[in-house]
Write a protein that binds this ligand. Structure first.
Ligand code: GDP
Ligand code: IMO
Ligand code: MG
Length: 433
């Protein structure tokens, strides 16, 4: 029963793509179960960088089958672009290496347009979305007007009818509320037909069945989360969140797998914290040091190119992530970025507006805006650690930082990453039991 969930434990961009690519060498299947092309997962292999938005990060391993499950909102145009880019470099030669569930929600240009129109209208209260149409597509799903991937291969009149249901409402908003251009069913149908034909070889009517069969046969299945725990629609820093549930439980829902099939949940955690878009961020560094970490860590969005806000590690937020995901271990990423700092700080708890100590993550964004982090200071190390190949060879101060984190969080750090490439990964314990 080796089901393993990989989940971001902060505000996204923790390094999930790298970890999933590395873990995929030992995985038979990799499943994306939520989110859409708002994700930007970076893989660096043989010095070549690739960013995947919709395709699971196991795809560079030709023996690993990648599945896009029903919980995903699927931008068919973007997906086709990603498939083409992989094929151009000789990857994905067998279309059955990438399976798309019939239940995935189809994301279309009018969803993107509405996302952008809403953000524009919010002026200085923007969420800071990626503009990829994620919210409007999930709304269609929740209000039962969405086109599902399987619908693209059904009767043409029914497809048109469902599309018109979505357009009727979205066009009203676009045109009458936001003063933007509406879309006609005809202009959307032509690309839908084109892309559905191109994507049909990847069609999988019952992805949940495929995954269940694999788990029953003892195959290793890795569930790849997108975004991060604090961007979860239900339990994140609402309203500054994404429109899907990003926590580990979402893997079971998005892929239709019983929770009993999951053996472990790995929380991908940056050795510091970043956030892109608006919303509270207690340990944010708005000074030169924040800019230095941003530059050294290359902290610019993989999807939008926006600079990521940077700050210290936040143990209050991480304790919350451990709780809501049931993390069994942590992969600590980008430890190399902290080399050469004068000192390293860690937020251990917050002070509320009355000076009271808060050890639990406040549930309301407004409350989180008003807390003051309390820090503990740690010794830094001067050495470049990016070429270190074993955990034992790290400088004492770097090892102590890792020991401190696992003790403070009561959760083992099984993997430490010291660079974007596959071999810049220090294993302290093997992945699958
Ligand atoms: P994801 O969304 O969680 O997959 O993360 P992103 O790909 O958006 O951002 C992580 C960035 O950090 C990418 O540019 C990775 O190539 C890079 N990266 C991953 N792990 C490490 C690491 O250990 N050290 C350094 N320096 N970069 C890393
Ligand atoms: P990966 O998978 C970081 C953020 C956006 C915005 C909020 C809502 O690469 O970690 P949305 O477009 O989803 O409606 O935007 O969520 N966001 C991400 N931040 N990494 C991501 O994905 C993100 N996906 C969405 O910046 O604040
Ligand atoms: Mg990313």
């Amino acid at each position: 029963m080796p089901g393993l969930i990989v989940v971001g434990s902060q505000w996204g961009d923790e390094g999930k793509g790298k970890v999933v690519d590395v873990f995929s060498a030992e995985s038979d299947y990799v499943v994306r179960y939520q989110g859409g092309a708002n994700a930007g997962h970076t893989l660096v292999v043989d010095g070549k960088k690739r960013v995947l938005h919709l395709i699971p990060s196991g795809i560079l391993h030709s023996k690993t089958i990648c599945i896009i499950a029903s919980g995903v909102v699927l931008d068919i145009e973007q997906l086709y672009k990603e498939i083409s880019a992989l094929k151009e470099t000789g990857m994905l030669t067998d279309p059955r290496q990438l399976l798309i569930s019939d239940g995935a929600t189809v994301l279309l240009p009018h969803h993107r347009a509405l996302d952008l129109a809403r953000e524009k209208a919010l002026k200085n209260e923007k969420i800071g979305t990626t503009g990829k149409g994620i919210g409007p597509a999930y709304e269609d799903k929740a209000s039962r007007r969405a086109l599902l991937f399987g619908d693209l291969f059904g009767p043409a009149d029914q497809l048109k009818h469902t599309l018109e249901k979505s357009l009727k409402e979205k066009n009203f908003l676009l045109e009458k509320f936001y003063g933007e251009k509406p879309f006609s069913a005809e202009e959307l149908l032509a690309p839908i037909q084109k892309f559905s034909k191109l994507l049909e070889p990847h069609r999988e009517k019952d992805a949940s069945f495929v995954i269940d069969q694999a788990l029953k046969a003892g195959r290793r299945v890795l569930f790849e989360g997108a975004q991060g725990s604090l961007l979860d629609l239900n339990h994140g820093t609402y309203p500054f969140v994404t429109s899907s549930s990003t926590i580990a439980g979402s893997a079971c829902i998005g892929a239709a797998i019983g929770p009993g099939k999951i053996e472990s949940v790995v929380g991908i955690t940056k050795a510091y914290t970043t956030r892109v878009g608006s919303g509270p961020f207690p340990t944010e560094l708005t000074n030169d040091l924040g800019a230095k970490i941003q530059e050294k860590g290359g902290e610019f969005g993989a999807t939008t190119g926006r600079p990521r806000r940077c700050g210290w590690l936040d143990l209050v937020a991480l304790r919350y992530a451990i709780r809501i995901n049931g993390l069994t271990s942590i992969a600590l990423m980008k430890l190399d970025v902290l080399s050469g700092l004068d000192e390293i700080r860690v937020g251990t708890h917050y002070k509320g507006d009355k000076g009271e100590a808060l050890t639990d993550f406040p549930m309301r964004s407004r409350e989180l805006h008003n807390v003051q982090p309390v820090y503990e200071t740690h010794k830094a190390w001067a050495e470049d650690i990016s070429q270190v190949t074993s955990f034992d060879d790290l400088p004492e101060a770097a090892k102590n930082y890792v020991y401190y984190i696992e003790k403070a969080l009561g959760t083992p750090v099984d993997v430490v990453s010291v660079g974007p490439a596959r071999d810049q990964t220090l294993w302290r314990k093997s992945l699958f039991k």
